[in-house]
Design a protein around this ligand. Sequence first.
Ligand code: B12
Ligand code: SF4
Ligand code: SF4
Length: 356
Amino acid sequence: MVNALIIDALKADLFAEAKALGFAAVGVAQAAEDALRAARLDDWVAGGNHGDMAWMADRLPHRRSPQGLWPEAQSVIALGMSYAPAVDPLTLAAVGDRARISVYAQGGDYHDTVKKALKALARWLVVAAAKRGLGEIGVKVFVDTAPVMEKPLAAAAGLGWQGKHTNVVSRQHGSWLFLGAIYTTLPFAPEPEARDRCGSCRACQDACPTLAFPAPYQLDARRCISYLTIEHKGPIPEEFRVALGNRIYGCDDCLAVCPWNKFADAAARHRAFLPRAELAAPRLAELLTLDDAGFRRLFSGSPIKRIGRDRFVRNCLYAAGNSGDMGLVAVVASLCDDPDAAVAEAAVWALGRLEG
Ligand code: B12
Ligand code: SF4
Ligand code: SF4
């Protein structure tokens, strides 16, 4: 009983510390398995919706629940950091010679920023628990790369609900939260789950250029531009190339049309995610000339560095093919015999489209 009171007081202080460290949202969920959530994950993977992301199918028992990954975990601290844009990301949709990089990748790499803040918060918690006589507690921090279902856990912790586009939507921050989690052996009382506020809206499903939602709340990653431009290796299937438009890294369309974004406060955006001027509306002509060294220089500190020069230039070539800009013909032609087969093939496709 005494411990329960101490743990409740500690939770209040933890939430304040999370805000001080730059998190815009924080909540707590149970670490025990949720059978429905686990079954839906299994169905999604069994249906092949993860495409070539074999790491989604590996370690499924770990991903199904926090205790599947770490049996000693008692609760999950779910955290959200805002990257709310100041301008509507769809405004660049029709500008031919410019490329579109999704909002999440225009600033610093969220893996670095969120992980640093998670580690600082976890360290704070270990010290604060010991000071309050709770002994030595265990903590593990996660952002993105571990087998953790960050969206359902954030929803269970009350940060927001999983919208029909499957991402977590917050009443205060719209679609624009990066998520992270701390598993802990401390048995915090969970927050109430957030209510689904999508209602009869289907704006995100209607906005998807590649029809990637077979049903509300379900995404077929194999059709998603985010997957195709970031995760997919080799040539992107022809059926999707025109729909890519000028998107060269990720896609924001289903997030950007969500009506709840009108409540998102760009002032809550963490300063690390302010867009870098050269990535907000880059010129295709310049991106198409990048070699390995130039690519690494431009994208140092950015999540884009992970895909490497070849996949990035491949994406830029599809966008060039869609641009209708004859000024790009010479640079596109120069890539037709690129040593990377997917780049060379994309250049031939783009040239055919520009000239044809
Ligand atoms: C794999 C992955 C992808 C894949 C697959 C996306 C997906 N929807 O699963 C691809 C490459 C396509 C992708 C794209 C993007 N991603 Co991503 N991705 C992940 C990752 C690594 C795992 C997600 C996962 O577990 N998927 C498996 C499926 C089964 O999980 P799920 O979508 O939660 O599935 C649930 C629903 O389908 C639901 N469900 C099924 N049927 C039904 C029926 C009903 C009635 C209901 C209510 C629910 C329901 O139940 C399932 C289980 O609970 C997470 C990080 C992490 N470790 O969690 C980031 C993550 C989800 N991505 C993120 C982001 C930002 C993006 C992009 C916006 C990036 C961009 N701008 O290009 C896009 C958004 C595309 C979209 N509409 O989802 C953020 C989302 C933040 C948020 N606020 O939600 C995360 C959490 C990364 C992070 N740490 O911040 N991503
Ligand atoms: S990110 Fe783009 S392609 Fe993927 S589901 Fe959303 S709108 Fe469709
Ligand atoms: S656009 Fe509409 S349906 Fe989609 S997540 Fe937002 S409120 Fe829900």
